[in-house]
Design a binder for this molecule. Structure first.
Ligand code: CUA
Length: 151
């Protein structure tokens, strides 16, 4: 009987330990809910919404940009939005690590194969913005750029 109690205590403390580990992992930002999820890289281009990467309006002057970064281009490569638009970026890669940097904003995203990274930004100033890959990704890295126009 005593053994059974010890066994229960052992199992109980293991469960508590695992829960603590899980909470810590979330706290460290390894897997914050709603901010990152994963897809097998080979399946990125057949998994919604990345099978049809696009800008979609989700509210009054609020948009979602579902994007793919792939050697050596962004899809969509050109985005046009009205001034003041809030854009929720969700971006992933089917091949290697890329980046998405938009100068003059704080958009600075690392794009890891199979990981969906989310970031939001409100474009308060009109103008042409560059979307640049800032992680070395191969021979065409320096040509990997898109355009974002705020009207
Ligand atoms: Cu993609 Cu550098």
């Amino acid at each position: 009987r005593l053994e059974r109690i010890w066994l229960l205590l052992g199992t109980g403390s293991l469960v508590v330990f695992l829960i603590i580990l899980g909470v810590m992992a979330c706290g460290l930002g390894l897997n914050p809910p709603g901010h990152m999820h994963t897809i097998v890289p080979e399946q990125v281009k057949t998994t919604a919404p990345f099978d049809k990467p696009a800008l979609t309006q989700i509210g009054p002057n609020e948009y979602k940009a579902s994007m793919i970064a792939e050697a050596f281009a962004f899809t969509p490569g050109e985005i046009a939005i009205p001034r003041g638009a809030k854009v929720h970026f969700e971006i992933t890669s089917p091949d290697v690590v890329h980046g998405l940097l938009i100068p003059n904003t704080n958009v600075n995203i690392m794009v890891v194969p199979g990981h969906v990274t989310e970031f939001e930004y409100t474009f308060k100033k009109s103008g042409d913005y560059a979307m640049l890959c800032h992680e070395y990704c191969g021979i065409g890295h320096h040509m990997m750029m898109g355009k974002l126009v705020v009207q």
